[in-house]
Design a protein around this ligand. Structure first.
Ligand code: OAD
Length: 250
């Protein structure tokens, strides 16, 4: 590959699949046994905050460090897989600008060693005050009755998650990075959800090379210059090593 100066990587649920987190569009049409509209919309939170908090509490627990886990959560502990680690290696060894944009709300990229990350759909290890929009770290369950640190109100803390119908985060920063990149790599995302599914077209307009790495063709596969199909944990470490070999040393 030609010498590259700036990389933007987009990841989706497929990169965390081999760590044991279910993807969204599995065959049963449910997400972790729930309909999306029951747990991942602002309306669901208004209707049944207890159910929504419980749902995200269950997503959060297995990501916490072993010391803070009870026995049941320890058994379900979720850890980064070779794909997350390969991206951390790419960022550490690539001699240029690197931005990782993830649609995932887990912290497996951070655990895997990645540094420059934007979580465009939010983070399950953060919570937000509904009144002030202040964002806090969240390493415990959130209970509906919990009093908010900043406003002192109950039922004011929500998971810092972009729900259906809400605006993704960091869109200006992401658009700027894509417009300046010369390599765009999309990993483990089905291309169903915009604006992320449109990033490849933005990258094409910027003249970047575009590569899709996924288990199967995504809905936007025809927009990419190249594709590698297989499990991210198997194919991504090889792709990263080959790419780094093709580039000038740091
Ligand atoms: P999806 O569940 O739609 O797609 C996951 C993709 O990963 C599919 O194309 C799978 O084929 C692929 N895949 C599965 N296992 C893989 C593996 N081991 N290696 C590589 N690829 C694999 O998930 P996303 O595209 O991330 O948004 O979904 C995008 C957004 O839709 C989510 O962020 C979420 C959801 O609604 C919000 O919650 C706002």
């Amino acid at each position: 590959m030609n010498s590259v100066k700036s990389i933007v990587v987009l990841t989706g649920a497929g990169i965390s699949a081999e760590s044991g987190i279910k993807t969204f569009r599995a065959d049963d049409g449910l997400w972790e046994n729930h309909r999306v509209e029951d747990v991942a919309t602002p309306e669901a939170f208004e209707r049944d905050p207890w159910l929504v908090q419980k749902f995200y509490n269950e997503r959060r627990r297995p990501l916490l460090s072993s010391s803070s886990l009870d026995q049941k959560s320890l058994e379900q502990e979720i850890r980064p897989n070779p794909a997350h680690k390969a991206l951390a290696k790419l960022e550490a060894e690539f001699d240029g600008d690197f931005l990782l944009v993830t649609q995932n709300i887990d912290n497996l990229h951070e655990q895997g060693g990645s540094q420059n990350i934007l979580h465009m759909h939010g983070e399950v290890l953060k919570m937000r005050c509904k009144s002030t929009e202040n964002v806090f770290d969240c390493f415990n369950d959130i209970q509906v009755a919990d009093l908010c640190d900043c406003c002192g109100e109950a039922n004011n803390l929500r998971p810092h998650i972009v729900w259906f119908g809400e605006m993704p985060l960091y869109m200006d920063e992401i658009a700027l990075a894509i417009s300046n990149c010369d390599l765009f790599v999309s990993i483990g995302t089905s291309g169903n959800v915009y604006p992320a599914a449109g990033f490849v077209q933005m990258a094409n307009q910027a003249g970047a090379q575009t590569i899709e790495i996924n288990l199967e063709e995504s809905l936007v596969a025809s927009n990419f210059d190249q594709a590698v199909y297989g499990k991210a944990g198997e194919v991504l470490p090889i792709w990263v090593d080959d790419f780094l070999l093709s580039q000038p040393k740091k």
